[in-house]
Design a protein around this ligand. Structure first.
Ligand code: SF4
Length: 355
């Protein structure tokens, strides 16, 4: 059993327009010191899955299993869940400005997190808050600990959020789009910080993003989500160099490149409504490879070539992988939509470190 193991997680929300099927049978796991990257477009269900782990999907119908250190979190009474949330499993949210209370000093907010879970004195919690700010690279932490959130830059606020997440030495940190609101230079600094802290503290890290460049830099394992399901799962190198699922290939092709110029090549079409999912494979209306059965039967994750544990939910033959095949499919996908020339486009700011 892994440190955190999610099995067949399903999350849906009843609405006036119908049932939103946000997460459909998702499974993944992570161990101490590992990084799992979950990638997909907005609405693919990745954030809802993470929120559900922490019991934050209010009003949702949830089924499946979330085991953490041998304890089942689904259905756990709120007081017991609250003892785990923030302390054993912590979350770094996308937008630190809306996550931090604007009227309280950052040190007070970190100290409250500590005091909510332990009987630490106010003075000791405040000192610990300053230490944490120093640990995440905020200069002059003993002075800055008494500043308000608006007195920090966006990158420094995200460092404060990371400090808060680490305040109680969690076993698992879930970072949900931790760099989306930041400019490219600050993004790189925050990612470096997360990796350094993970190395030093041995935390398990689940990083949720739409940015394959972030995953290339950080993840050991990659899960690609589409329409509430995992459609491809693999070790990082396999996901990048031997991708099988046409959606993964489309994501790879859409990463902006800083070399060679060329046009941006987004995945054609729009993600489906989670209320009215297409029949069969939910990607088929956007897929250059669709065949007869694709619109009728939804594929399960199946083992494919390219590496141990490489699985894809696609009816393409399992051996349609490998650098040559990946390049061929990518070229076909590109030709099928815009005719834009060039390679996969993967090779941007973080791309080179995938090798
Ligand atoms: Fe494309 Fe068919 Fe594979 Fe879906 S199952 S990704 S439609 S080839």
């Amino acid at each position: 059993m892994r440190l955190l193991e999610v099995s067949d997680l399903t999350v849906s929300f009843p609405t006036a327009d119908g049932v939103v099927r946000a997460v459909r049978g998702v499974s993944f796991g992570v161990d101490q010191g590992e990084t799992l990257g979950i990638v997909g477009e907005s609405g693919s269900g990745k954030s809802v899955a993470a929120m559900t782990l922490l019991g934050l999907s209010r009003g949702a119908a949830v089924s499946g299993s979330v085991m953490f250190e041998g304890t089942e979190l689904i259905g756990l009474p709120e007081p017991r869940l609250r003892a785990i949330r923030g302390a054993r499993i912590a979350m770094v949210f996308q937008d630190p400005l809306s996550s931090l209370h604007p009227l309280y000093r950052v040190g007070w907010q970190i100290a409250e997190t500590i005091r909510a879970h332990t009987d630490t004195s106010r003075r000791a919690a405040h000192a610990r808050a300053a230490d944490l700010l120093g640990m995440v690279g905020i200069p002059q932490p003993r002075r800055r600990v008494d500043d308000y959130p608006h007195e920090f830059s966006g990158g420094m606020r995200q460092r404060v959020m990371i400090a808060m997440a680490l305040a109680l030495d969690p076993k698992v940190v879930i970072a949900d789009e931790p760099t989306t609101a930041l400019d490219a230079t600050v993004q790189a600094q925050i990612l470096d910080l997360l990796m350094r802290l993970q190395r030093e503290l041995g935390t398990a890290l689940v990083i949720i993003t739409h940015d394959l460049g972030v995953i290339a830099q950080m993840a050991d394992e990659v899960q690609v989500m589409y329409a509430g399901r995992v459609v491809e799962t693999a070790a990082r190198r396999t996901a990048y160099y031997h991708a099988h699922h046409p959606y993964t290939l489309g994501l790879l092709a859409s990463v902006p490149s800083t070399v060679g110029g060329g046009r941006l090549r987004p995945v054609p079409g729009q993600p489906p409504s989670p209320i009215r999912l297409p029949s069969g494979c939910p990607f088929h209306p956007r897929c250059a490879y669709q065949m007869g059965r694709c619109a009728v039967e939804e594929p399960e994750l199946m083992s494919v070539a390219g590496g141990a544990g490489h699985r894809s939910a696609c009816w393409l033959p399992p051996d349609v992988v490998g650098p040559g095949e990946t390049a061929r499919i990518t070229r076909l996908l590109a030709a099928g939509r815009s005719g834009a020339a060039g390679g996969t486009g993967f090779g941007g700011r973080h791309g080179r470190s995938a090798a």
